[in-house]
Design a protein around this ligand. Structure first.
Ligand code: ATP
Ligand code: TZP
Ligand code: MG
Ligand code: MG
Length: 269
C-alpha cells in the first residue's frame, strides 16, 4: 500500500465533502457528527422509517451502528440498507456489543444476512460473535478470546463475503484474500467513548471517495491512527478530555504529509 495514496484519499474527502448518513447510537452522535465535519465530510443523522430510504440513496455512504439499538431503529436500518444496496451506496456496519446480549448478537447476524455490507468494523469480540464464534465481551468492550485476531479477520471476511476490520492496539483489515495490519493509534483512544464508532463513520467517508473499498478501509485506519498520535502529543499529560478536543482539531488539520511520514501499514500473506 503506497502511503501517498492514503494522503490522496484524505485530500479527496476534503475536496468532495461526501454526505455520510449515520444511523448510530445516542452515546456518540454528537462526537461522530463533529468528527466527520472536522475530517471534511458532511454528516447527517436520520432515523425515521419514512425518510431513511430517501436519505440513504443520496449519501456517499450509509453507516449502521447498533450501539443503543431498539426495534424501530433496526427496522430503519433494514429499510435504509436496502435502499443503499439498490443505489450502489456502500454500507459500513459497526456491530456494537454483539455477543453481550442475545438481542445484539441476533441483530448483528440479521443485518449481515439481509444487507450487502461493504465493510464491517468492530472489536474482536463483536466480529467473532457476529460470525457465531465465542469471544468474551464486557458490555461494548472487547474481552479475552482464544483465536488470533489476524486469523479471525480473514475467517470473518470469508464467512461474510465482505471486508472486515478488527481494531485494537493493532488494526487488522482483510477481504479474505489480502490482509493488512495498521500499527498506528494511541492507547488514550480507549479512554474516550465513541472513538470506535467515529472510526466506523470515518471509514464511510473514505469509502465514499475511494472505489477500492479495501484501500478505503486501510486509508481510513491509517489517517485515524496518525491523527490520534498527533493529538496525543499535543494534549500531553492532560488526559482524555483534552485529548478528545485535540483529536477533533487534528482530524481537521492533519495533512497528507503527516500520513506519509507517520503511516505504518504492513501487508500480510
Ligand atoms: P472497544 O470497545 O473494544 O474499545 P471500539 O469499538 O472502541 O472497541 P477500538 O478497537 O477501541 O474500537 O478502536 C478505536 C481506535 O482506537 C482505533 O483507531 C484503534 O486502532 C485504536 N486503539 C484501540 N486500542 C488501542 C491501543 N491499545 N493502542 C493504540 N490504539 C488503540
Ligand atoms: N454504550 C452503548 S454504545 C456505547 C456505549 C458506551 C458507545 C461505544 O462506543 P465505542 O466507539 O465502541 O467506544
Ligand atoms: Mg475503544
Ligand atoms: Mg465500538
Amino acid at each position: 500500500m503506497e502511503l501517498h495514496r492514503i494522503g490522496e484519499s484524505l485530500d479527496r474527502v476534503r475536496q468532495y465533502n461526501p454526505l455520510i448518513h449515520n444511523i448510530t447510537n445516542v452515546v456518540v452522535t454528537n462526537f461522530t457528527a463533529n468528527g466527520l465535519l472536522a475530517l471534511g465530510a458532511s454528516p447527517v443523522m436520520a432515523y425515521a422509517k419514512q425518510e431513511v430510504a430517501d436519505m440513504a440513496k443520496i449519501a456517499g455512504a450509509l453507516v449502521l451502528n447498533m450501539g443503543t439499538l431498539n426495534e424501530l431503529e433496526v427496522e430503519a436500518m433494514l429499510i435504509a440498507g436496502k435502499s443503499a444496496n439498490e443505489h450502489g451506496v456502500p454500507i459500513i456496519f459497526d456491530p456494537v456489543g454483539a455477543g453481550a446480549t442475545p438481542y445484539r448478537t441476533e441483530t448483528a447476524r440479521k443485518l449481515v444476512n439481509e444487507l450487502a455490507i461493504s465493510i464491517i468494523r468492530g472489536n474482536a469480540a463483536e466480529i467473532a460473535n457476529t460470525i457465531g464464534e465465542e469471544w468474551q465481551i464486557k458490555g461494548v468492550d472487547a474481552g479475552a478470546g482464544e483465536k488470533d485476531v489476524i486469523s479471525l479477520a480473514i475467517a470473518a471476511a470469508k464467512h461474510l463475503q465482505t471486508i472486515v476490520a478488527i481494531t485494537g492496539k493493532t488494526d487488522v483489515i482483510s477481504n479474505g484474500e489480502k490482509t493488512y495490519l495498521i500499527h498506528n493509534g494511541h492507547p488514550i483512544l480507549t479512554k474516550v467513548t465513541g472513538t470506535g464508532c467515529l472510526l466506523t463513520s470515518v471509514m464511510g467517508a473514505f469509502a465514499a471517495v475511494e472505489k477500492d473499498t479495501l484501500a478505503a478501509g486501510v486509508h481510513a485506519l491509517v489517517c485515524y491512527g496518525v491523527a490520534a498520535e498527533l493529538a496525543a502529543h499535543k494534549a500531553g499529560q492532560e488526559g482524555p478530555g483534552s485529548f478528545q478536543i485535540a483529536f477533533l482539531n487534528t482530524l481537521a488539520t492533519m495533512t497528507s504529509d503527516d500520513v506519509h511520514r507517520m503511516g505504518k501499514v504492513e501487508r500480510r500473506k
